[in-house]
Design a protein. Sequence first.
Length: 390
Amino acid sequence: MFIDGMSVGVGLLFLSLLYLNPAYHKPSKLVAGIIVIMSWLVSGTLMLDQGGLFARLYIASIPVVFFLLLPMIYWYQQLLTAYGTQPQPEKRTLHWIPVGLAGLLSLSIGLMPTEDFNNMFFNDPEQLSVWVGINSAGFAFLLVGWTILSFLYLGRIVINTKAYHQRLNTEFADHEGKRLDWLVGFTALLVVTWLYALIVLGASSATSTPLISETALSLLVLLLIWMFCLQTLNRRPVFAHIEPDPEPELDPESDLGSADVSEQKYANSSIDDERLKRIADKVERKMMEEKSYLNPDIDASTLASELGISGHYLSQVLSREMQTTFYSYINDARIEAAKEALKASEQTVLEVALSVGYNTRSSFYNAFKKRTGMTPSKYKTVATSVEPIN
């Protein structure tokens, strides 16, 4: 009971912090709903100990809150990864059908006569009423359905996260605080916790062990609530400032006259090889002359705006003509600048990291080691020794 109470307390604490956060936005409302649901689920021991109406309310709510949890996590991911300030809402009819069925079961349980309710959940009578039989069958049906849906949602979240990470490479030079690996891990742990809960409920007190116990289940739920709250408190949609291209824009590199503007505007969005090369040369000149990669806040939309082209065209130029992504292109340039700084100056590693556009020491270390096979400190030592680095 102590662990359950702690979990509820953690949920309430983060709800308070969430509403006091000046960065409150639409995804935060879903975060609040998810925290409320998880806190409600973990309050079961407290509610059942109260008995009476509290126990009935809690048990009757279980089907609905369980079927709401994963869709809300999925919708949260959709909002978090959407482009623009007003993302198009996804059609959610199919998501609501299982929730509606669970709601009917919850209503049926809530309206059961007291004797039938106690026989179904607390007693072990020899003969069960028709109402209890129907609700028990409904529970079994939804149990199987929830298990299947859990893996479907988990698979969808994994696929969407992979696609989102690929989009990060096309838009940002720094992934710090933007990746959603944690959400995949959280959803997987949630499904595992649900399956573990079934094992715990099915095990008798005689077969209870430290590895299969309500205490271990409570610790898992506490970990879930803490993990989710910690990751979502200050997280915002990273593509909110980037509006998706509704249609191909006029290529500023084109030599078309005004009479041909309409034709070009509605032509195929791909760029021919000649224009690809011209824009690529323009990108290279900007990097060499203005050293835009030194700007720690540089992103693809900013660079495209400075070049006078659309983000769509910039992405095509980088991938087709330059065989790279925005993330790799900027970080390669930064690491080359860092290597020169490490060899030629007495700056510390942190000072070098900040001077070439990195906001944190950790992101610089990771990028540097990935590209050179050694840490910046090791590189500096080797580079300034008698044996030069090739």
